[in-house]
Design a protein around this ligand. Structure first.
Ligand SMILES: Nc1nc2c(ncn2[C@@H]2O[C@H](COP(=O)(O)OP(=O)(O)O)[C@@H](O)[C@H]2O)c(=O)[nH]1
Ligand SMILES: [Mg+2]
Length: 311
């Protein structure tokens, strides 16, 4: 994805995560103005992390780690934050993996799923632009045939990023559309095909079945595909993200996550608990609605921003 100077990326991320980091950072500062890291302080610290959406098990692990080296010592808020940020970065580092288009498959087929409103179509538009900037040819498939205006929305993104959009009428069979899109992308020699899907609500069994059907039909054309299955998730949902990953993982082989709306979400800490629990790569994060507002996910920058440290 787009190479970016670290300062720019960090500044943008930090601004975006401000509401998340405020809770954690201010909480820690209030808690540790010359205080011993005793059992009570550790419990308070754990509560702050849980309130910051890191989840109970991640918060417990982080505080136990701190206790191992610093228990009963006097510790400043800066020291706590630095140590925590390091531990958070250690959890995030293994999942901070950019999406790689190897060039082995032509096209590299990317299936994009996630619930309604999570940011799938927007993310596709942003990614299409990045691939184009890397000199790749990209085709988009308007696989959300369920919701009115979804096709039109993808077409607008297609125009912005100068990529052809393959679509059918509203209510058409999504699997059939995916089939046609692969054939067309193959015929035109596209490097990347991104397939949008409808927002599969967790209680809509029919839509769930549609998603697995799309995958079956894709495999009929190319048995190695889809080469990437991206789950797009909205950071503002906090801990509910866990059940969403579960549900989608059970339906399709989720190969990577994109976390959107980190600008202005107070629940960015959920990314840490997702990383620890699922170990699924996080390819990128959305920090705004614009075409350039998709950034690579960097463990250190994210950890320090989340805890409220300077770069
Ligand atoms: N602030 C912000 N808004 C976003 C981001 N990603 C998507 N959105 C907005 O979220 C809304 C739903 O996005 P959309 O792509 O239509 O979601 P879909 O239903 O999953 O396809 C739109 O208004 C987008 O502009 C992001 O990273 N930050
Ligand atoms: Mg959409």
């Amino acid at each position: 994805m787009v190479e970016e100077n670290k300062g720019g990326w960090f500044g943008r991320l930090k601004a975006g995560l401000q509401r998340s980091s405020e809770k954690i950072s201010t909480g820690i500062t209030d808690l540790f103005t010359k205080r011993k890291l005793d059992a009570e302080a550790l419990q308070d610290l754990k509560d702050i992390l849980i309130q910051g959406d890191l989840g109970v098990s991640t918060a417990t692990r982080l505080t136990s780690k701190l206790a191992k080296t610093r228990f009963d010592q006097e510790i400043s808020s800066e020291e706590i934050k630095t140590a925590l940020a390091e531990e958070v970065a250690t959890i995030l580092a293994p999942v901070a993996q950019p999406l790689v288009i190897s060039g082995t498959h032509k096209p590299h087929i990317i299936l994009v799923c996630g619930i309604n409103g999570s940011g799938k179509t927007t993310t596709i538009g942003k990614m299409a632009r990045q691939f184009k900037n890397q000199g790749k040819s990209v085709t988009l498939a308007a696989g959300d045939t369920f919701r009115a205006a979804a096709v039109e929305q993808l077409q607008i993104w297609g125009e912005r990023s100068d990529c052809p959009v393959i679509s059918r009428d509203n209510g058409a069979d999504a699997a059939g559309l995916a089939f046609d899109a692969i054939k067309e992308a193959q015929a035109s020699g596209a490097d990347v095909l991104m397939i949008d899907t409808a927002g599969r609500l967790q209680n809509r069994k029919d839509l769930m079945e549609e998603l697995t059907k799309v995958v079956r039909v894709i495999r009929k054309v190319d048995e190695t595909a889809p080469h990437s299955v991206l789950l797009v998730m909205d950071a503002t949902i906090g801990q509910n993200a866990h059940s969403q990953v579960e549900v989608f993982k059970n339906m399709v082989d989720v190969s990577g996550l994109i976390i959107t709306k980190l600008d202005g979400s107070a629940k960015g800490g959920v990314v840490v608990s997702l990383a620890e629990r699922f170990e699924i790569p996080v390819h990128a994060v959305g920090v705004g609605e614009g075409i350039d507002d998709l950034r690579p996910f960097e463990a250190d920058a994210f950890a320090r921003s989340l805890i409220g440290l300077e770069s």
